[in-house]
Design a protein around this ligand. Sequence first.
Ligand code: MLT
Length: 264
Amino acid sequence: MKKIINELSVFLDGEKGSAPILFVHGFPYDHQMWKPQIDEFSKHYYCVSYDIRGLGSSPAGEGQFTMELFVDDLEKTIDELELDKPILCGLSMGGYISLRAMERMPDKFSGLILCDTKSEADDNEGKLKRAEAIKQINSGKFDELIETFVRNCFGDKFVEEDNSNYNEVVERSKKNDPVGVKGCLLAMAGRTDTTESLSKIKLPTLVICGSEDKLSPPKVMKPMAEKIAGSKFILIEDAGHMTPIENPKEFNRAIKEFLFENKF
Ligand code: MLT
């Protein structure tokens, strides 16, 4: 079922009375990246996913986005749906949103799943890359930017072996509103560093990383997991940055075990 909340497209799957899992996608994707997870987990959980402002079918408006606005959107979604302490699952940009949400409103959640993400803010090189991407979009090279960015997100194995699925993701990403994409780039460039707060996370936490992830590699994600007391770190072999799409079997297995171990 689809619902509009605070202008955003929100998707509800599973029984409303079941334990809720809230999925927050990465950039420049939309809620559809979670299809293999929603198909699986909606059998026993109330799965809520949404298109982040400016991406998928959520409107870009003027594209003046901040990470704070994205967290406001997340909060309004939880409140409007009256979700009782959902498990929060965020990938990459969705992880940045999740980590900031943990600082702002930790009591709203019962568990945390961080996928292919990091707590550090953009360094100077990262900020300059965002500026370059915006310049590329402004010079009419939106499709080229998407092609390069998305290719960098996926591991070689998946692109070579599951080319039609990969091409579908690229084509869908090109349908995003360039204004929304620029807004997300600005929000990511301006986000705060959440590293100091990792030790304050008291929720059961699962950290998942693709062994070939170039954007948030194991050497960044493992130390992040170590700063969250009691967290579990799972490495998915031969996968890049998009573990839920690249290896849904192993990814779902990791989540299933985490849910079981923590009696969710
Ligand atoms: C994402 O997958 O959300 C992005 O790669 C995050 C980023 O560019 O920092």
